[in-house]
Every structure is written in structure tokens, then in C-alpha cells.
Design a protein around this ligand. Structure first.
Ligand code: GAR
Length: 214
């Protein structure tokens, strides 16, 4: 069983997807702690309901990023976690932390990276007029929303989408993609070479999608 720490800042629906996956028989990973940098968020309730130990490590309590991250790192190590999953964790991590957890630190971002990194992803996708959006699970590098891509899921963008409707559609894809990526890592099937992630024994879908259809 791969031991996982999940870092959150809010609602925690991706955390919930991971909790649900771990409760299915044979899932090769286990969440050993959930850490939020914001107190009182719903994700902490979700973890408590699943009897997972939680910590609040508020960045506001520290003089600088390094001190914040040292405590974060200590909490994660105490839990015995071998992999760190960022799930709506809205703090940029410094090279110090990223190097300590290199290729053992993953993030989910609600776009098909490298398109639309950063905030307001869905509005940017709508404003640009792309016909597909989606999500990306990737290993974290110091540059924001950048790093070897493990899994992507694509969803159509509809002509009348708002930020909210597109976000909801992408979120459904996130809830499939994140547990799948974690499963593949826990099964030891994911390797990084030359800053690309390779998945042993994985298949690509047999067809393509086109949007809009004539
Ligand atoms: C998710 O859509 C996640 O992809 C996004 O925040 C949301 C968190 O939702 N993360 C980022 O934008 C990171 N750059 P959740 O708390 O319900 O999982």
C-alpha cells in the first residue's frame, strides 16, 4: 500500500474522489493524512468523516514560505507518506519543497496543460474559444502548473458554457483522472525520463473526439 498525504485549501471534492477510490477493494494506496493551509474548510470534514488524521498548517502563521514549508514537510514525514497529492492546494511551493519530493509530488489542474495554467482557467478557455477543455494530473516542478504529465482527460466546451458549467464538467473528469493517476503510481507503473512521464502497460483510447460535430 502506497501511503499518501493529500494537501488541500478548500472544498476537497478531489480529496473525496481519492477517499472513495481507496475504499474500493484492491486499491493500492491509502491516505495517511490530510493537510489544509486554511482552517475550517469542507475538505477537512470529508477527511474526518473518513477517519483520516488532519492538520491545519496555515501559511499565515509563518514569517516566510520556507518556514511554512518546513512544517508542512515535517507533518508529511511524520505521517509516513510516500507520495504527496495536491488537491486544490492553492499555494505555490518553492524549489526547496519541490526538490525534496521530486517525482513524489503530484498536482491536478483543471485544464489541458500547457494551456491555461494559473487561476481563472475556465474563463480563459471560454474566452479563447477552445472546443475541448479538461484536466491534467502531473508531477510538480517549481514552475507553476508545469511538470511531467501523467494523465489528461478531455471534455467538450459547449457554445453556451459559463465558467460554472464548464468547471462542473471538468470536475467530473478530475474525479476520474486523479484516482487513476494515483493507482498507476502506486502500482509502480509511472516513470519519469527526460521530464516526461511514461506509464507501463497503459493503453490510449482507440478513437478521437470531434467538437462540434456537423
Ligand atoms: C479543482 O478543480 C482543482 O483542479 C483546482 O482547484 C479545484 C479544487 O477543487 N486546482 C487548481 O486550480 C490548482 N492550480 P476541490 O477542492 O473540490 O478538489
Amino acid at each position: 500500500m502506497l501511503k499518501i498525504a493529500v494537501l488541500i485549501s478548500g472544498r476537497g471534492s478531489n480529496l473525496q474522489a481519492l477517499i472513495d477510490a481507496m475504499q474500493t477493494p484492491g486499491f493500492p494506496a491509502q491516505i495517511v493524512c490530510v493537510i489544509s493551509n486554511v482552517a475550517g474548510v469542507h475538505g477537512l470534514d470529508r477527511a474526518a468523516a473518513a477517519h483520516i488524521p488532519t492538520h491545519v498548517v496555515s501559511h499565515r502563521d509563518f514569517k516566510n514560505r520556507q518556514e511554512f514549508e518546513q512544517v508542512l514537510d515535517a507533518r508529511i514525514r511524520e505521517s509516513g507518506a510516500q507520495l504527496v497529492c495536491l488537491a486544490g492546494f492553492m499555494r505555490l511551493l518553492t524549489p526547496w519543497f519541490v526538490e525534496r519530493w521530486l517525482d513524489r509530488l503530484v498536482n491536478i489542474h483543471p485544464s489541458l496543460l500547457p494551456a491555461f495554467p494559473g487561476l481563472d482557467t475556465h474563463q480563459k478557455a471560454i474566452d479563447y474559444g477552445v472546443k475541448f477543455g479538461g484536466c491534467t494530473v502531473h508531477f510538480v516542478r517549481s514552475e507553476m502548473d508545469h511538470g511531467p504529465i501523467i494523465v489528461q482527460a478531455a471534455v467538450p466546451v459547449l457554445a453556451d458554457d459559463t465558467e460554472e458549467t464548464l468547471a462542473a464538467r471538468v470536475l467530473q473528469a478530475e474525479h476520474r483522472a486523479y484516482p487513476q493517476a494515483v493507482r498507476m503510481i502506486a502500482e509502480g507503473r509511472v516513470n519519469v525520463h527526460n521530464e516526461k512521464a511514461f506509464i507501463a502497460g497503459a493503453e490510449a483510447p482507440a478513437t478521437f473526439a470531434i467538437n462540434p460535430e456537423a
